[in-house]
Design a protein around this ligand. Structure first.
Ligand SMILES: *Cc1c(COP(=O)(O)O)cnc(C)c1O
Length: 396
């Protein structure tokens, strides 16, 4: 266990569980049992076998030679884009549904913004034959039509939330409301390292398989099990948490995280919470939040739907505050450019989210023998319309 949370779920000043009274027992039950269940042999066996045979792990660690040539270092890509359902999110939903079953829960709820977590949740619910309701803002239901159809095809009920701005924050509020009404039989599968304690820790552990694999894969390829740099994008923080989990105390490893700058951190159209957020409470945790002077959560903006979140995981707020991680804001145009570059240099179309990790490469001064591991959190098939809309900006 490498992440130091205190017994109340705080990473430094961030974290905790700010929940309505009616959920107290449910959250306490989870908190009291999740570590024990995750450590059970039977859990580990079933989780591991699904990761291998169902999700397709281990994901390759690929030496991207042409990309490395361009930036003057050795770059390995951790290929989470090759997982079943196209991103790292399946690592988490498989783990949480196994936990839900062992806790005797019979119904699953989830929130989703872009729909990726909704799809990953609906997928494991089909697999485990569990009823599933996914809360999604009505605006997002329209914007993310294909993912809505995927969820429905998988047997989930998609509930279009009509309150507020009809986006992710509103979907989250509605999911919490549902949970309050059905705390005994319902398990809430949260999609990132956010939410009340113990969710950030639970999700980080379930995603830690990413850095567990990086360790042995690097040892095989480089003869040492650590890189000089780890790089990942951050929305709520789960693929980043998984990427750095087993290296957090290893100061030989520099950590760079890319958040979504949108049109620029000073433009008012941004999702760069670590740069622009202030201390507040969102989704049941105390963390950095995009909010106005009255504490009203403001609508974030990014070209990438998966990074368009007005909060940030408490662990990452703390990593930034303690300077363990360097956080860069990558703007829409920089992410697009990086996505086109990877596509042409390596034949890999990354998710727009992942392109925010790639966009950091040109901002860092590398040494020739530096070993860099960058996580490609997902594949870009879902973003083709956005890429096509910007193809002319990216013609050489
Ligand atoms: C959801 C998503 C993200 C952002 O979520 P994190 O919890 O920060 O990892 C990043 N990349 C892809 C492909 C996603 O689907």
């Amino acid at each position: 266990m490498k992440y130091k949370i205190d017994s109340n779920g705080y990473y430094g000043e961030f974290g905790g569980a700010y929940i309505p009274e009616v959920l107290y027992k449910t959250v306490m039950d989870l908190r009291n049992i999740y570590e024990e269940i995750l450590e059970r042999d039977s859990f580990k066996r079933e989780y591991k076998s699904l990761l291998i045979d169902y999700a397709g792990r281990p994901s390759p660690l690929y030496l991207a030679k042409r990309l490395g040539q361009k930036y003057g270092c050795k770059i390995y890509l951790k290929r989470e884009d090759l997982n079943h359902t196209g991103a790292h999110k399946i690592n988490n939903t498989i783990g949480q549904i196994l936990l839900a079953k062992r806790m005797g829960k019979t119904r699953i709820i989830a929130e989703t913004g872009a729909g990726q977590h909704g799809v990953a949740t609906a997928t494991v619910c089909a697999l485990m034959d569990m009823p599933c309701r996914v809360y999604m803002g009505a605006t997002d239901v329209k914007r993310q039509h294909v993912n809505v159809e995927r969820m429905k095809m998988l047997g989930a009920e998609v509930f279009a939330v009509q309150s507020g701005n009809k986006t992710l924050k509103d979907a989250t509020n509605e999911a919490i409301r549902d949970w309050c009404c059905h705390p005994a039989d319902t398990f809430y599968i949260i999609g990132s390292t956010v939410g009340p304690h113990p969710y950030p820790d639970l999700v980080a552990r379930l995603q830690s398989v990413i850095s567990e694999e990086i360790k042995w894969q690097l040892l095989e390829k480089e003869g040492r099990d650590y890189p000089d740099y780890l790089m990942a994008c951050v929305g709520g923080g789960s693929n980043a948490a998984g990427t750095i989990y087993h290296y957090i105390d290893d100061m030989r490893v520099k950590i760079f995280l890319g958040e979504a700058g949108g049109l620029g951190i000073d433009s008012g159209e941004t999702a760069a919470t670590i740069h622009r957020g202030s201390l507040g409470i969102i989704h049941g945790a105390r963390t950095l939040v995009m909010q106005d002077e009255d504490g009203q959560i403001t609508e974030p903006y990014s070209i990438s739907a998966g990074l368009d979140y007005p909060g940030i995981g408490p662990m990452h707020a703390n990593l930034a505050k303690t300077h363990r991680a360097t956080v860069m804001a990558i703007n829409d145009d920089e992410a697009l450019k990086a996505a086109y570059e990877l596509t042409r240099l390596e034949g890999i179309i990354p998710a727009l989210e992942s392109a925010h990790a790639l966009g950091m490469l040109e901002k860092i001064k590398f040494q020739k023998d530096d070993v860099v591991v960058l996580t490609v959190s997902g594949r870009g098939d879902k973003d083709i319309d956005t890429y096509l809309a910007h193809i002319n900006d990216n013609k050489d």
